[in-house]
Design a protein around this ligand. Sequence first.
Ligand code: SF4
Length: 106
Amino acid sequence: MTLGRVLHLPTHPVPQRNEAEASSRWQDVAACLGMDPEIFFPQTHGNDYAHARVACNSCTVRGPCLNDAVDKQDYSAFRAGLTPVELKAFGRRKRAAQRGGPSTCR
Ligand code: SF4
């Protein structure tokens, strides 16, 4: 089990509307809450992330999810509508922009 599997994908049932409104944790209102985590991980042979894309496209917390992935440098799974490769590239560009330098290494 990778660290990413433990950290970001909710595994408990989707909260009811009142519970979601009362929650201050973005994970508690994630569209992937309670979904099979395997659809977000590349280890599944031939995973094209089709089901993960559907979840992320309907998710209202993509921003916090993306920030969490970049902050933790957790690029092990499909998150916030991005593949692990896309996430890693986004994170590299964001960190380079924060440093004020180029986004590529030479
Ligand atoms: S953006 Fe995708 S991976 Fe992130 S919380 Fe929402 S559904 Fe889950």
